[in-house]
Design a protein around this ligand. Structure first.
Ligand SMILES: C[S@@+](CC[C@H](N)C(=O)[O-])C[C@H]1O[C@@H](n2cnc3c(N)ncnc32)[C@H](O)[C@@H]1O
Length: 255
């Protein structure tokens, strides 16, 4: 999905659509920014690293709250961000966090938001997380946010409130849908294939582009991080967030 995001960064004008959210979800973005700042306890002494910063939805507003921020993503996304004026405390680096070498001073806060499920497997997600932990100072905090959890989604979708929410959401989403969103969805449905049975999304040559976590996989991730000598906690999302009912957040404190 990393490569596909590079293309979306180059070709989709709207910042929300280029990171695969819907136009309707724009209303939720201020809540998302506040919640991330609160969960990471961001303050003016912090050095923040955002892995997979996309179109800067979080990176730019959060740069106002911290001492310095580094955003890393595909060159298609980073070149897009470089075209707009940026704050002096903001550094942009292009590359693949899984594969490339970055020379970075350790930071005391890391954000990985709506990114970790775009790995090919849990093993790859663990490599991504462990490399991130290497860049975090002892006592530093890391938020792995917006993790899709298919068990949580299933519980929600089969509840009364979930069914009502879904009906309302489908209606509202249509109301705000733009031409660019329709074109993006047509493009994505041509180059990706979702298999709801195993909750995997595949690309054209059958490679896995993303996967949903289960309750068990979330628990395994907490165990993995704790076994490395860190603290890890599962946090709920505020219901006003783009996927507040069906996603989980993990907060890590480096040991
Ligand atoms: C859904 S977007 C989220 C963007 C941003 N964090 C937000 O919440 O608005 C996922 C982003 O993760 C980036 N990403 C995925 N895999 C990555 C990797 N291996 N290294 C760096 N960035 C990655 C994608 O390029 C994409 O921009």
């Amino acid at each position: 999905m990393f490569q596909l995001y590079g293309l979306l960064g180059e070709q989709i004008n709207d910042d929300t659509l280029a990171v695969c959210r819907t136009t309707y979800q724009k209303f939720s973005l201020p809540f998302m920014i506040n919640e991330v700042a609160m969960k990471l306890k961001l303050n003016e002494n912090d050095t923040l690293l955002e892995l997979g910063c996309g179109t800067g939805t979080l990176l730019f507003p959060l740069s106002l709250k911290v001492k310095s921020v580094v955003g890393i993503d595909h060159i298609g996304m980073i070149d897009r961000l470089r075209k707009s004026p940026i704050m002096d405390n903001c550094t942009l680096l292009d590359g693949n966090w899984l594969e490339d070498k970055f020379v970075l001073p350790p930071v005391n806060k890391i954000l990985i938001y709506s990114v970790i499920h775009y790995m090919k497997s849990m093993e790859e997600a663990f490599v991504f997380i462990s490399k991130a932990l290497d860049s975090l100072k002892p006592g530093g905090m890391m938020l792995i946010g917006d993790i899709p959890n298919m068990d949580k989604k299933q519980r929600f979708n089969t509840s009364d409130i979930g069914r009502r929410f879904q009906e309302q959401w489908n209606k509202e989403r249509q109301k705000f849908r733009t031409e660019e969103e329709i074109k993006r969805d047509e493009y994505l449905s041509g180059v990706t294939k979702r298999n709801d049975e195993n909750s995997l999304t595949y690309g054209q040559d059958e490679e896995v582009l993303s996967f949903d976590f289960t309750d068990e996989m979330i628990a395994q991730t907490i165990l993995y991080i704790r076994k490395l000598g860190n603290e890890a906690y599962l946090l709920p999302q505020d219901k006003s967030l783009p996927f507040g009912y069906t996603r989980d957040d993990l907060l890590i404190i480096k040991g």
